[in-house]
Design a protein around this ligand. Structure first.
Ligand code: NAI
Ligand code: MG
Length: 501
């Protein structure tokens, strides 16, 4: 079924959407789930069904893990030289770029985000991450050591370490950046020689299935990447418990991350968790209020606020607080909201009715706890899961809207008086994913950076990610790092070798 609103999409998007039912990829074959049941995939801008996908089960997870295990030891993959893995990853990066518009359109229809944003950010970052990780395939190295064993002083040894792929990777991702999160898991796994079973979010499975086509086209052997669609309890949970999985990598809520971490320990499965956030945006008194407001708007409203590191708490120095908040409200009110395929729109809908209700529920909680709605504050249309960009002021540090992840276009704004106070408030949530500081006062900025408990601190920018820069959380925002050299550690074992000579 081709939705009406897709008149101007690429022929590839059109062809993809004309298949009303999409199968999942196990062992190089496109298959339905063993139960035969399906899940509907909705367009959140129109609330209409885009397609159906298999509702996978534990049996499908088992088939995919078995396929990934076979592929892991198959000569076609296990004996492949690093430069050949690099070449395949580079080819995949080229294919992602060649299909950029199509991937962006599919992402827009499935998730709601503007296609232009998906193309410029999600798809571009995914391609650059495959390319970045391609380079690492040929640069995985151990070290040689001169040992001095005290109880064998006369003996001679050769000591060295080697890095080896951990094995089968179970990757479970959320719906806010479906393609990009899949790339964050798949790229380092393939660079290191692992194999993958990917479970996309049930709300947004389509771009992962399209990516799987490109992975096949790039020439990766069958079973190296498998995609099993379905919900958390039916597919995600069995994947986390499967003894054939050597490493789990997850992006999603902190609650589910904790469940996955506990399940992982039963089999001592390696685990990386990229979880929630409540990232502060800290505006120092020297900052131009207009610059701070524009930055704060980008920090919270990018991707409709459905960003793990979204700048959802604004702390502006009391001297400039009113100006910053007034300008931020102007930015919020000026944003154009609508269907993601219309290039005029800067914001799309939230991903689902559930998410829209959760976000509107939080806005109500903010009101009930004494908050003043300075901008937005309600649903933005009768059809589609659109929520107005919202600014809440007048709440204190203990309010639920200040402490809990809302994961929508809602920022809470609070004034502060001095650096120690704002550092304490910035750290006063269970999370520690990101933070931004807005100032040109070099000394104060440098005094503040070490005080902030967060995996990333941006200065005069927010939400900026680079494939080379490690990304991950302090505290309950996660475990381990993605991107950069640090990401490889999660996909490699370290073997020590000692040879008596
Ligand atoms: P979620 O954490 O439930 O879902 C993320 C992924 O985990 C999905 O693929 C889901 O199917 C899977 N999953 C769910 N239950 C599972 C289980 N028992 N075992 C294994 N996998 C399981 O997130 P959800 O429900 O979509 O969103 C709820 C809230 O979580 C949001 O409102 C937001 O606050 C937060 N969230 C945070 C994200 C982040 O990047 N920080 C991303 C998505 C959600
Ligand atoms: Mg859930």
């Amino acid at each position: 079924m081709i939705p009406n609103e897709t008149v101007s999409v690429t022929p590839c998007t059109r062809e993809f959407l004309s298949t009303h039912h999409h199968r999942m990829l196990i062992d190089g074959r496109w298959v339905d789930g063993s139960s035969g049941e399906t899940l509907a995939v909705l367009n959140p801008a129109t609330e209409t069904v885009l397609a159906t996908v298999p509702a996978g089960s534990a049996a499908d997870v088992d088939a995919a893990v078995q396929a990934a295990r076979r592929a892991f030891v198959s000569p076609a993959w296990a004996k492949m030289k690093p430069d050949q893995r690099q070449r395949l990853l580079l080819r995949l990066a080229d294919l992602v770029e060649a299909h950029a518009r199509t991937l962006a359109e599919i992402e827009s229809l499935d998730n709601g985000k503007p296609a232009a944003v998906a193309e410029a950010v999600d798809v571009a970052l995914a391609a650059s991450y495959f390319r970045y990780m391609a380079g690492w395939a040929t640069k995985i190295e151990g070290s040689t050591l001169d040992v001095s064993i005290p109880f064998a002083p006369q003996a001679e040894f050769v000591g060295y370490t080697r890095r080896e792929p951990v094995g089968v990777v179970g990757a479970i991702v959320a719906w806010n950046f479906p393609l990009l999160l899949a790339a964050w898991k798949i790229a380092p796994a393939l660079a290191t020689g692992c194999t993958v079973v990917l479970k996309p979010a049930e709300q947004t499975p389509l771009s992962a299935l399209y990516l799987a086509r490109l992975i096949q086209e790039a020439g990766f052997p069958d079973g190296v990447v498998n995609v099993v669609t379905g919900d958390g309890p039916s597919v995600g949970a069995p994947l986390t418990r499967h003894p054939g999985v050597n490493k789990l990598t997850f992006t999603g809520s902190t609650d589910i991350g904790k469940l996955i971490g506990k399940a992982a320990m039963d089999n001592m499965t390696r685990v990386t968790l990229e979880l929630g956030g409540k990232s502060p945006v800290i505006v120092l008194e020297d900052c131009d209020p207009g610059v701070a407001a524009a930055g704060a708007a980008q920090a919270i409203y990018f991707n409709q606020g459905q960003v793990c590191c979204a700048g959802s708490r604004l702390y502006a120095h009391r001297k400039i607080f009113d100006r910053v908040v007034a300008d931020l409200a102007d930015h919020a009110n000026a944003l154009t909201i609508g269907h993601g395929l219309d290039p005029a729109n800067q914001l799309g809908p939230l991903v689902s009715q559930e998410q829209m209700e959760r976000v509107c529920g939080y806005i109500d909680i903010g009101r009930q706890q004494g908050g003043e709605i300075v901008a937005g504050g309600k649903r933005a249309a009768d059809i589609g899961y659109f929520v107005q960009p919202t600014v809440i002021a007048g709440v204190d540090q203990k309010a639920r809207v200040v402490q809990e992840e809302i994961f929508g276009p809602v920022v809470v704004a609070m004034p502060y008086d001095d650096l120690d106070q704002v550092a304490a408030w910035a750290n006063d949530t269970p999370y520690g994913l990101g933070a931004s500081i807005w100032s040109n006062d070099l000394a104060r900025v440098h005094r503040l950076i070490p005080k902030i408990h967060a995996g990333t601190v941006w200065v005069n920018c927010h939400n900026m990610l680079d494939p080379a820069l490690p990304f991950g959380g302090y505290k309950q925002s996660g475990f381990g790092r993605e991107m950069g050299r640090a990401a490889l550690d999660g996909f490699l074992e370290q073997k020590s070798v000692l040879i008596a000579v």
